[in-house]
Structures are given as C-alpha cells and as structure tokens.
Design a protein. Structure first.
Length: 214
C-alpha cells in the first residue's frame, strides 16, 4: 500500500496498534536521509504520552576502533558495520516483554558512538517504534526481524532532497564540504540502493514531500 506522508493518517494507524492487547512493534525503514527520525519523533509527539517509545537501529553501530580492526572504517553505516545479532536480540526482548524495563543503546552523532542503556522501555509501554535503514533487509541476520514487527512502514523522498540532507548532516558533524559530498555519493548511495531493495517487505510505503515535518 502506498500513501503520501500524512501525520494524522499515520497516527491513526499507530493508535490501532496501541489499542491491541500486548506489546506491538512498528518498524519505520528507509534510506539514509529519507527523514525516518523526523517522522518517528513527530509520530511519538502526536501519540498519547507514555503510549510509545522510540528505539533506533543506530544504537547498534560498531565502535570506530572495532571497525578499524575489521577494515570497515570507510564503510561505516553499511549493514556489516552494525551488531545485527545484538539488535535482533533486543527486538526479541522488546517483543516478548517479560522484563520490567528493557534498556536500549542510543547513537550520538556528536560522539560518533553509541551510549549503552540510554533508552528505557518500560513493560507498560504498549508500542515500540523501531527506526532504521536495514529493518526490512531480506539477508540474515536482518531477515529474522521481519516476524517481530507487527507493522512496517517504508519512507521515501526524492533523491535530490535526500542527498542534500545527508551532505548538510555530514558537514554539521565535522566533515569538510568535499568529504561530505564524497561520503554521500559513495558509501551513503550504495547503502541507499540496498535499502530500497527491501521496500517490498513493508506494509505501507510512504512518499514524503521535502517540506513536511521540518
């Protein structure tokens, strides 16, 4: 199913998940720069307080020293630069919901590193919104996540807007103008092509107009 980005419509879909019994997981996937974190934040703000928590996939970035040891430093952001099995284990804990609180890591761009235990998800929180690039990949271990999501959305935006956002983001966090363009058109673009191949696994494909939610 395809739909334009409409926060009221999406909020109603999320509220239907909240109204069901037990814990529900909602995936928001999309390419780098598509606007996933902006949409997720807007969705949480629109939902009743305490009814949803946000857990980003970015918290499972491998540390830079690990990437250097694995000769993957120049591929940071690609699927193989995440602790995908650890991410899956967290999703299982969140889905099973047998613990009083589950703590998730959070990635801090200013540090270029994840901080453990930064996001607490209490058992009484009915909806967990999971946001990330690779949530719907059909390769293991990522594919094992599909059955844990009660609903999956895939967010798209035109490539010109998406690349401009990425260039600005890289510059804002310390890259030179030349390096920001090189990274956006190189590593980010390869990752975006891979992410787009997973869109068919979404229940809803959302097309975003650039000015929306910004």
């Amino acid at each position: 199913m395809h739909h334009d980005l409409d926060l009221a419509f999406l909020t109603q879909r999320a509220e239907r998940l909240i109204a069901q019994d037990g814990r529900r997981l909602l995936a928001i996937a999309g390419a780098p720069g598509a606007g996933k974190s902006t949409l997720a934040a807007a969705l949480l703000a629109a939902l009743p307080q305490g009814s949803a928590a946000l857990v980003p996939q970015d918290g499972f970035h491998l540390a830079d020293n690990v990437l250097t040891d694995l000769s993957l430093r120049d591929r940071k952001g690609a699927p193989e630069t995440f602790d995908a099995s650890g991410f899956h284990a967290l999703l299982q804990r969140l889905s099973h919901n047998t613990e009083p609180v589950v703590y998730a890591p959070q990635f801090h761009r200013e540090l270029e590193a994840a901080v453990a235990g930064a996001i607490g998800v209490p058992a009484e929180t009915p909806l967990v919104v999971v946001e990330g690039n690779y949530l719907l990949l059909d390769d293991e271990p990522w594919a094992a996540n599909h059955n844990l999501f009660d609903e999956a959305w895939f967010l798209t935006v035109d490539d010109v807007t998406r690349r401009e956002r990425l260039i600005r983001r890289h510059q804002n966090f310390g890259k030179s103008s030349q390096d920001a363009v090189s990274w956006t058109m190189g590593s980010d673009e390869r990752n975006a092509a891979l992410v787009r191949s997973s869109a068919s696994f979404a229940d809803l494909i959302i097309t975003a107009d650039a000015p929306r939610l910004h």
